[in-house]
Design a protein around this ligand. Structure first.
Ligand code: CP
Ligand code: NVA
Length: 344
């Protein structure tokens, strides 16, 4: 790594659509290979002997388990360093921590407060830094969302998995060939789909706004007044991509849901906003997703529901969350396969 500028992943806005497609196809191929093989793990051990430092200043279930398990499958070691464990930003600057930790590991996954913190780590780290959630963006989450959508809407996508596996070549060679064949293929089968977001304008929808329109989807965002402003930095990236005309902002959940193929929400109270809980619960009244709201708003009959989790009942009721049109469990599992694709 030493002579090259490391390639960080701070937001999917930095990746061209072909690279996003490449990662999705690779993640689907890896999932298939690992889950459908009897032999334990045939993938090339691209992190063999390597270490990923996980600098997490906030709680995590999915991102942590996905990173630790996928690093292990790639032959590496994931070292979890919580906010109580190290000096990060408390008794030592981020710059100094990035230099020191980066000198001993092969990559850093960082869950931080403000986005400036992950940018500072990336600026000074000699190894790649992956944003594991900041107040502004959550790139690894939206990759898992795209994968779940792709598996749902495009189950027959041409994948780099062939029936020839298990035949002539030695098995490991075959798997390597299969992964090499996951060449950029721009169409994930999601073009023209309408995404409706009903809820808080936070890191999850920010990441959606800078990513899904570039894959050909439209996004309607419904949030209450006072909570409906899109961060100027996110707008800068949208304008840069020229996708403003694929985005609609409204205060009306019904308007956002009308004609929607994909319905998404998230908690109204993100980590760090706990003191605003009472005010937020009041402001978001009427924004809870229910079958009644979705169906009377004129969503498509075969809509699907996504949620990054953890979920609270106030933003989406049980009928939707646990219902047959919810794909949240596959979405959650895909955190592992997409992070594995990124790390590999
Ligand atoms: N969706 C997500 O990032 O979950 P965790 O906070 O549990 O990692
Ligand atoms: N918006 C949530 C996402 C958690 C995965 C938060 O930042 O807490």
């Amino acid at each position: 790594f030493s002579n090259r500028r490391p390639s960080h992943l701070l937001t999917l806005a930095d990746l061209p659509p072909a690279q996003i497609t490449f990662l999705i196809r690779r993640a689907i191929a890896m999932k298939h290979i690992i889950k459908n093989r009897v032999v334990s793990n045939p993938l090339p051990k691209s992190l063999s002997g390597g270490t990923i430092a996980m600098l997490f200043s906030k709680r995590s279930t999915r991102t942590r388990v996905a990173t630790e398990t996928s690093t292990a499958l790639l032959g590496g070691h994931a070292m979890f360093l919580g906010s109580q464990d190290i000096q990060l930003g408390v008794n030592e600057t981020l710059e100094d921590s990035a230099r020191v930790i980066g000198s001993m590991v092969n990559g850093i996954m960082a869950r931080v407060g403000s986005h400036d913190e992950v940018e500072a780590l990336a600026k000074y780290s000699p190894v790649p830094v992956i944003n594991a959630l900041s107040a502004l963006y959550h790139p690894t989450q939206i990759l898992a969302d795209i994968m779940a959508l792709c598996e749902h809407f495009n189950p027959n996508m041409d994948l780099p998995i062939t029936p020839s596996i298990g035949q002539k070549l030695p098995f490991r060679r075959q798997v390597e060939n299969v992964l090499k064949r996951s060449l950029p293929e721009p169409d994930l089968g999601l073009k023209g789909k309408k995404v409706a977001w009903v809820g808080d304008v936070n890191n999850i929808i920010n990441e959606i706004l800078v990513t899904l329109p570039r894959l050909g989807m439209t996004v309607s965002v419904a949030a209450p007044k006072g909570y409906d402003q899109v961060d100027p930095e996110v707008w800068r990236r949208i304008t840069e991509a020229g996708t403003q005309d694929k985005i609609i902002l409204t205060n009306s959940p019904e308007e956002a849901l009308n004609g929607a193929d994909i319905i998404v929400t998230d908690t109204w109270i993100s980590m760090g906003q706990e003191e605003e809980k009472a005010a937020r619960l009041e402001a978001f009244k009427g924004y809870q997703l229910t079958n009644d709201l979705i169906n009377r708003s004129g969503a498509k009959k075969d809509w699907v529901f996504l949620h990054c989790l953890p979920r609270k009942q106030e933003e989406v009721d049980d009928e939707v969350f646990y219902g047959p049109q919810s794909i949240v469990w596959n979405e959650a599992e895909n955190r592992k396969w997409t992070i594995m694709a990124i790390l590999s």
